[in-house]
Design a protein around this ligand. Structure first.
Ligand code: NAG
Ligand code: NAG
Ligand code: NAG
Ligand code: NAG
Length: 600
């Protein structure tokens, strides 16, 4: 409620005041330094950062626990027989593709096509499960994951009663161009599970076979990309970033042919399936395709459905509902991207079909966390133009939101269409406010100082010049004492800070930082370090770690997958095994030459 009100005020203010004056903020995110604007922000300072929506209690919850009255009762199910999925509501709400056969085609006038997953031909092995997803989100006792029924379920070999597997028709703008119909080319929505908190989770298999939307694809996913998705979606969750979750990862011996780097070197790989869980899998592209093909009534139906299911704070009968919805997505998307930036995460393929309507991270492909700080970091090595480089993500977010705005236009009257444009113009401010909040927390700063943006930009510039490690610079600043900083006593243990300290301006920046810390009221150095350690992870899912775990996995050794899973579950806590594995050490030299696999 609060956030919507804030957004409305912004719109109202924009209409009242000289618009241009409000928009001078410009493209602050385009490079690291020098573009941070000052002033005119105070009226927005009350915009609260939404709480992490990746945990059960977020604002997307359909019902509060208390409404259902059994929040304290442990209702974990230990047999699949007493556990239920349903596709009923989706089927009742939307027309289904009338064609039942599974062949690639253009589809119209529907949201879903019903398609069964294709089971693997060979034996399937369970590689990993997320106990938290299985128990806390899905109410299943984790012991169930040892059963044949569970493995069959998560590998698409058996479909539960009540479940009608669906594949979703969507479109999207890829790399700046309208791509027409895309859709779930290798994913099956098994159904919805409403858990004991009343939260609705949509379960989706990825890698489960061909669909009407497979285009040229074979409907499969390989082990390496599935390991990456499984580990990274869970890692982002424990960093507090809204994301889809991963319940399980299975691998088969079915051969899947992939030309990993699109260089003609086709290899036999193993097919794998991740069971992914999200509150909704609708994307910006879900709306775009309906607008593009003139299916306005279906578009309205879908948006109203989404509002009712996922935006309970919006009055679904109000004439401003579509605007309120857009406003919320603008806010949530700016927050998500600022959050990515705060941990150095680059999604890699920010096409409109990979942007969730609930602004959670989805579709993990050639993503990457940057090691040394570089705003030009591009995780997808085939993205030569660097369209989706890390420093361009906020821009691309606005581009995508603009496509969403256009998709909503058929539902808006001319006045509302103008208002939607104004709402989008508030995006740079929303983004910058959130970006600043995250980075102030990363530096342990309280309150407001006019020079905070400068202090942050200055540090990023030093990091860029010295190629200091992004994650560990902030972490080491969280661990080192003010006294050590003051006397410039930086031991080997703080290797990222040692790198940074090579910059001739380092001590100047340190002086500014120490002065600013003195302005924190009611603070102690110990309290600062504790606070900063909970804002700056010690472990992130670096590409070299993924590569190392994948190499072993391809030889049936999943030990490093499990170690990473365990480590990334507590990214802010120092852990012995993780230290021994070098997860907080300087990345190995070969990490710099790593290319992220593109064909997944
Ligand atoms: C499964 O769902 C159906 C209808 O949605 C319901 O009637 C039935 O009781 C459920 N079974 C269990 C075990 O929850
Ligand atoms: C929702 O909007 C409708 C139509 O404008 C209005 O009659 C109703 O009072 C609103 N409900 C709430 C809770 O504000
Ligand atoms: C992202 O979008 C593109 C199409 O726009 C699609 O091919 C791809 O599978 C999506 N996901 C990832 C992880 O790249
Ligand atoms: C990486 O970028 C290239 C070039 O723009 C693009 O064709 C390719 O689809 C991207 N990779 C993925 C997985 O989306």
């Amino acid at each position: 409620m609060k956030r919507i009100k804030v957004q409305r005020t912004i719109v109202a203010k924009m209409l009242k005041h000289n618009l241009m004056k409000m928009l001078v903020v410009g493209l602050i995110w385009e490079s690291t330094i020098g573009h941070f604007s000052r002033g005119e922000k105070t009226e927005f300072e009350s915009a609260s950062v939404p709480e992490c929506s990746s945990v059960d209690s977020s604002h997307y919850s359909v019902n509060g626990d208390d409404n259902l009255g059994y929040s304290k009762i442990n209702r974990k199910k230990s047999s699949m027989d007493v556990w239920n999925l349903t596709s009923q509501k989706l089927l009742e709400s939307f027309p289904l593709d009338p064609i039942g056969e599974n062949y690639v085609r253009q589809v119209r006038d529907c949201i879903f096509s019903a398609v069964q997953p294709t089971p693997f031909k060979s034996a399937v092995k369970l590689v990993a499960v997320s106990k938290e997803v299985v128990e806390d989100l899905l109410d299943l006792d984790v012991s169930i994951t040892d059963t044949k029924e569970f493995i069959q379920f998560v590998s698409g070999a058996s479909v539960l009663p009540g479940s009608v597997p669906l594949t979703h028709r969507y479109g999207g703008h890829q790399f700046g161009v309208w791509a027409g119909q895309l859709g779930d080319g290798r994913a099956h929505l098994l159904g919805v599970y409403v858990n004991r908190h009343g939260t609705r989770w949509e379960l989706q298999l990825k890698g489960s076979g061909k669909t009407p939307y497979s285009r040229d694809g074979d409907g499969r996913a390989v082990l390496r990309s599935s390991v990456r998705e499984f580990l990274c979606s869970e890692a982002l969750n424990y960093l507090g970033i809204p994301t889809s979750r991963a319940a399980s990862l299975v691998v088969s011996n079915d051969v899947v042919k992939r030309d990993q780097f699109y260089n003609g070197d086709v290899k036999n790989e193993k097919g794998a399936i991740v069971l992914r869980v999200a509150k909704s899998w609708f994307r910006f592209g879900s709306l775009e395709i309906l607008a593009q093909s003139g299916e306005t009534e279906l578009l309205r139906k879908l948006v109203v459905f989404v509002i009712k299911q996922h935006f309970p704070m919006i009055n679904a009968t109000s004439s401003n509902r579509y605007l309120d919805f857009f406003s919320q997505v603008v806010t949530d998307t700016s927050y998500l991207i600022a959050h990515w930036m705060s941990v150095g995460f680059a999604h890699g393929v920010c096409n409109t079909d990979n942007f969730s309507i609930l602004s959670v991270t989805i579709d993990y492909g050639p993503f990457g966390f940057m090691d040394f700080y570089d705003p030009n970091f591009v995780p997808n090595t085939s993205d030569d133009e660097g369209r989706y480089k890390i420093g361009n993500q906020a821009n691309v977010g606005r581009y995508n939101l603009d496509k969403l705005r256009k998709a909503l236009n058929p539902l808006l009257d001319p006045k509302q269409q103008l208002l939607a444009e104004q709402i989008l113009k508030g995006y740079p401010d929303l983004y910058q406010i959130k970006f600043m909040e995250f980075f102030k927390a990363k530096l342990g700063l309280f309150g407001h100082d006019n020079n905070d943006d400068y202090l942050i930009a200055y540090l990023l510039k030093l990091m860029e010049d010295t190629r200091a490690d992004f994650t560990m610079t902030f972490r080491h600043l969280s661990e080192i004492t003010q006294q050590q900083l003051e006397v410039n006593s930086i031991s080997e243990e703080y290797w990222a800070l040692q790198d940074l300290a090579r910059h001739q301006k380092f001590s100047h920046w340190v002086n500014l930082y120490l002065l600013r810390l003195k302005r924190n009221t009611m603070d102690s150095d110990e309290a600062r370090r504790i606070r900063m350690k909970s804002a700056n992870p010690r472990y992130i899912f670096r590409n070299w770690m993924a590569e190392s775990a994948i190499k072993k996995s391809e030889k049936n050794d999943f030990s490093e997958v499990h170690l990473l899973q365990k480590t990334l579950h507590h990214p802010f806590n120092k852990q012995r095994e993780a230290e021994e594995a070098g997860y907080s050490s300087r990345p190995p030299p070969w990490a710099r030459e790593l290319r992220v696999s593109c064909s997944s």
